[in-house]
Design a protein around this ligand. Sequence first.
Ligand SMILES: Cc1cc2nc3c(=O)[nH]c(=O)nc-3n(C[C@H](O)[C@H](O)[C@H](O)COP(=O)(O)OP(=O)(O)OC[C@H]3O[C@@H](n4cnc5c(N)ncnc54)[C@H](O)[C@@H]3O)c2cc1C
Length: 616
Amino acid sequence: MGCMTTVDYEFDVLVVGAGHAGTEAALAAARLGAHTALLTTNLDTVGQMSCNPAIGGVGKGQIVREIDALGGAMGRAIDATGLQFRLLNRRKGPAMHSPRAQADKRAYQVEIKRLVESQENLQLRQEVVEDLITEQEGERERIRGLRVRGDAVYRAPAIILTTGTFLQALMHTGEARTPGGRAGEGTTAGISGALRRMGFRLERFKTGTPPRLSGRTIDFERTERQPGDDQPSPFSFLTDQISVEQLPCWITHTTPQVHELIRQNLARAPMYSGQIQTRGPRYCPSIEDKVVRFAEKEQHQVFLEPEGWKTHEVYVNGISTSLPRDVQDAMFRLMPGLEQAQIMRYGYAVEYDYCPPEQLQPSLETKSVGGLYFAGQINGTTGYEEAGAQGLIAGTNAVLRLRQESPLILRRDQAYIGVLIDDLVTRGVDEPYRMFTSRAEFRLLLRQDNADRRLTPLASKLGLVDAQRNARLVTKEAEVDRVGAILATQRFQGVTLAKYLRRPAIEWPDIVEIRSDLADVPREIVQQVVYDVKYSGYIFRQQQQVSRQQRLADKRIPGDLQYQEIPHLRGEARQKLHQIRPVTLDQASRISGITPADVALLLAHLEGRRRSRDRG
Ligand SMILES: Cc1cc2nc3c(=O)[nH]c(=O)nc-3n(C[C@H](O)[C@H](O)[C@H](O)COP(=O)(O)OP(=O)(O)OC[C@H]3O[C@@H](n4cnc5c(N)ncnc54)[C@H](O)[C@@H]3O)c2cc1C
């Protein structure tokens, strides 16, 4: 598109939106040395938690540890501002251990903003982006810049869009509808228009949030107290200890009377009246959804979570709703401890545009517009952690592209982030995507405790992490090796200590009784050594599986492959492969609707091509 306005600003990388994806994207690009600008509608909502003031959880906590291992901000920010930490699934095996923390919402947001402001090469600016500027380059379009409100233009060869729930967003509370992506904020129409013009397919999803109550009006005596862990475990590999004040959460529940009230008012719920027709997150259902879907249940748990140290606001986890205000008020009258509770913010649902992620390459660059990247909720995901992870990868890859280096694509056996992005670009989404441990086939390799060992060396090579972080890891690995060597060589009762420790009844304190000099080995070192020993059989089997799969992953598919030329390939397979354009045979095998027989044909074709090229 032609552009008559004078060029105002030039950068290497532009990031649009300073939510969870945008901040990690901009920080990563700047860490890699690119001259980066982060443009966002409002500087007072940088890193804002739109919904639950919490970071981590099952599957998500692992992602935060990975973001941290790659040098990201999320782990450090929550360690500085978390008011309650809990390691979930503690009684299950280490693959399931998942850190989660409640944040002081305001403090978290300010901390993220501080980290962004302190980053070299990065400029944070308040701007409303209204249009994107592209140029034709051969067969493909390529991004050139963007236009902001007030008619200024920013130019850059790489742009990352992370506009969250704000594209053509519409909020619902009962029959009331307000344009906006988050309570108190506006919506973004221009970008949706620009994306359509550039040929992107947009779809709509919805999500919702619960009401917030005044803690002063809650009778906590009538609820159950839920304390955090005695020894909070930090998210960041740089944090030695959590030193901020910890607070309890509280648990109450809905009642049959609440459910009856909701049933009577279903016709006024936008989800049931037909006012909202789009799909929301199945695993994070609204209370009206729960009452309909689990009609046999007499009560649902409700968690009362403080939103901060200096506020009485309480987040009511478990009853996300878009019911009308009067129903929300009446609902609390019927819940233990909340009979007198006053609502400070009403719950609402929001509908927004997202870009189905099959339109992306595994690097998160769009297939049709060179240099344009998408990350976060715009890709049909939900959650701060999923957004942050994509942002970090998009920011990294935008810079690698400028350097003409190959993109950072994490494998499924390397990181949850690899699973996340592979799922998105290979399979697309039919509901807002969130991470679960069950999505990963190599869970025992992808533990939260070893994210640094998996990813920091890689990040260090790229320049994504600083020397201090790398030095910490090097020291840690040396200590793990030292202790491991002692276990492998020292003998007790006729076996090595390693073999002795493998016995189910034997734990680390038993080893320390034999070798008292191991008593002061730090906890995180002991953990690595013990898991390496105790789970060595399982880990070995998973690694064998990984190497088998690696053979398919090593078979790369040329970007210009003409699928219609492959004999005997089914029409549906042709169409799917053409649409997704997988990069490796392994990725092709995961496309939904692609059968092992299709993969075999594709493999035969690629080998035939290679042979004839070798001959020629
Ligand atoms: C009501 C509601 C309920 C939610 N419920 C859940 C839930 O139950 N579970 C869950 O996991 N997640 C939920 N979320 C989603 C969660 O907020 C997102 O997953 C997460 O914030 C996505 O991060 P993001 O960086 O992609 O986008 P966001 O955090 O939304 O950040 C987008 C940023 O882009 C900026 N921006 C937008 N347009 C422009 C523009 N034109 N120019 C400049 N800047 C722009 C915005 O100001 C904002 O700072 C909910 C969100 C909302 C609003």
